[in-house]
Each structure stands twice: as structure tokens, then as C-alpha cells.
Design a protein around this ligand. Sequence first.
Ligand code: GLA
Length: 390
Amino acid sequence: MRHEERVKAAHAFTERFRRPPRVGARAPGRVNLIGEHTDYNEGLVLPCAIDRDTVVWAAPGEGRRVRIHSLTNGETAEFETGALARRGAWVDYVQGAVFALGPESVPGADLLVASDVPTGSGLSSSAALGVALVHALAALRGEPLEPRDAAVLAWRGESEFVGVPCGVMDPMASALGRAGCALRIDCRSLQVTRVPLAEGRAALLVADSGVRRELASGSYGNRRAECEAALAEARAAGIGAAEARSLRDFGLDDLPALERALAPVALRRARHVISENARVEAFCAALAQDDLAAAGARLREGHRSLRDDFEVSTPELDALCAIGDALPGVYGSRLTGAGFGGCSVHLADPERADAAAEALAAGFAERFGRRPPVLRAAPSEGASLLSAPA
Ligand code: GLA
């Protein structure tokens, strides 16, 4: 959010709660460049934080009561930190943050949240909310968090309390993002390496297919279960190292044996994860050599794998990628995030990115009768604390 919008939100806090906020925190959404459905298989991902964020302003509250108002949906909710109970509503994210921080140690608080991360389109508005909340609540109790701890706490809040079976990628990207860089994250060790994004030579376009999906709705959980089943089949067939504990432990060399031993669906899921981990490495290598054509080719391969092997694309996402890949100045395109709807990401020449964005929207509109929002995303800094405006 722009500085003025943050200040406006702080004033809205003062008006609503009759005193100014004491602390604030902001956390961005993310777009994943490559490495999809690999995080929960302990594999590699390459997201970057984007220049859209969620802000939480906070001040100590009464007793153990937490009150929160959202400028995004205009709703207010409250709960006692000693009586957390899932309600199936957005306030669960706030309860989830308290749950992860340890309800006993979180003082009562008044909170106000504002955001310009589009919701429900796969740019991790929920991770941005979770990371901003744990940062703000921890700062309020006088114990600011390290970025990695904030990511893991936000992840625990969302997966263990809210009940969304997500991986660790989104809060890691939101908490640890760096301007101008993508983050290569090893989702087993949580080791993060910054990968500069060919500054001045590459732009990122993100197009929203307009198809909404819920991670909690089942298909995502099915894919996770299918990956576990594929792992079990591979182990039962004696393929890979004896100590293999996730699909991460298999490499391209194992594919011929897997092709012989696995049932068709298990094979397709495993082949996506194994080849996707290799593509993350290949994409990083291409960036290191400033070879954007090669990087783009990896994106196109990644999309085909998500479409044909992992089967999480939609006609709208396939169309966005096909239109993008045919445009001058676009190196490569793929769906980003969980799939089943949401957004596509396109690596483009900055000089031609605006024209490509327009052509993408127009080409999609010709086929589907509506113009998709296309934003130019800048790889941005991860979450940070904000001091309350005077
Ligand atoms: C969603 C999840 C992530 C990750 C992606 C797929 O965005 O929240 O953890 O699994 O899907 O790569």
C-alpha cells in the first residue's frame, strides 16, 4: 500500500478505537515464478514478494479480548484469547495467529487491517494477513519476530488452526522477500537463497483468470494425498534410496524405474514434482547466466507439466499462457500458485511488457468475453514493522 493509505488506515484505527495504534506491521502477497506443488513435497520453490501488501495496526486491548476491524470487508469481529474456536470466517486467521504465538502469551489487542493484495486470486492474501498479524501481535507484546519465525508461525496458524492444508512457501515469500529478487527456498531445510531477477531486463506480468478456487475445497488436498500415495508406491517398488521420505528424494534418474512401476495417476503426479524440482534449478541457472530465453522455456515446460501431469490447470489459464507465449517480448508463461483457477505469470521484456499486458487482456476477452486484470508485479521487500504515525 502507498504510504498515504497506510496513514489513512492508522487514522481509521484512531477513530474506531478512540486512541492511536502503538505498532504496525506490513506483509506482501507473492507470485511464484516456478516450483509449484513442490513445497509440501519438501522440494524447491522460487517465489517473490510483490508490491501489494497488507497492513495491521495494533494497540493493547482490554484484558484478553482481541477486537479486529477490516477495512477490506468492513467487518468487525472479536474473541477472547483464552477461548479460541474456529468459526469458518476470516477472523479465524486472527485466532490462528494468536494460536500460533501461544494464546497464554498474547495480550488483549485492538487491531485494524487494510490491504491492497487482491483476495482469492492466488497471490497469497491469506499469507500476507497471517504474517502481518503475527508480526504486529509479537511487537505488541514486546518480542519482535525474526522473519523466518514469523513465516513459520503464520503457516502454523493457517494450517493448524484455520485448517487450510497449505505449504510453507507463501508465508516464507511474504516474510523474507527482497526487492529485485526471487527467493529459492528449500522447503525441507527452509534455507533461502536470493536470486536477482535480471534487473531492468525482465518484467513480471500477472493475469487473473477470474476463476476462483479455495484451497480448503478439496482438490488441493487430493493432490497432496496423491503425492503421498505415489511416494508409498515408489517405496514399495524399492525405487530410490531406502531413506526416501518424500518425493523430494527422487531425481530425474529415477523416472525410468518409476515409469515401469507406478500406476498412471501416481506416475504423473510424481513426474511433475520430480521434474519441477529440476526446473527450479534450471531456471535459477538460466537467470544466473542472464539467459531469459532459457528461463522462459522452463516456464513453458512447467506449465505443460502442471497441465498434463499434475492436472491443475483450467481452460482459462491454458488460454492466458498460450496467448502470452505467442506475444513478442514474452519469454515464457505458466500458471502460478495452486492452480484450479487463479493467476498466470509471464516473464517479459520490460520495454514490451505494457503492450504485452494489453494484448493478453484483449486476447483473453476475445475468447471469454471479459477482460482479465493484468498487473505488473515488482519483486519487493518482505514484511516489516511500521512505526505508528504521529
Ligand atoms: C498454494 C499453497 C502453497 C503451494 C502452492 C502450490 O499457493 O498455499 O503452499 O503448495 O499452492 O505450489
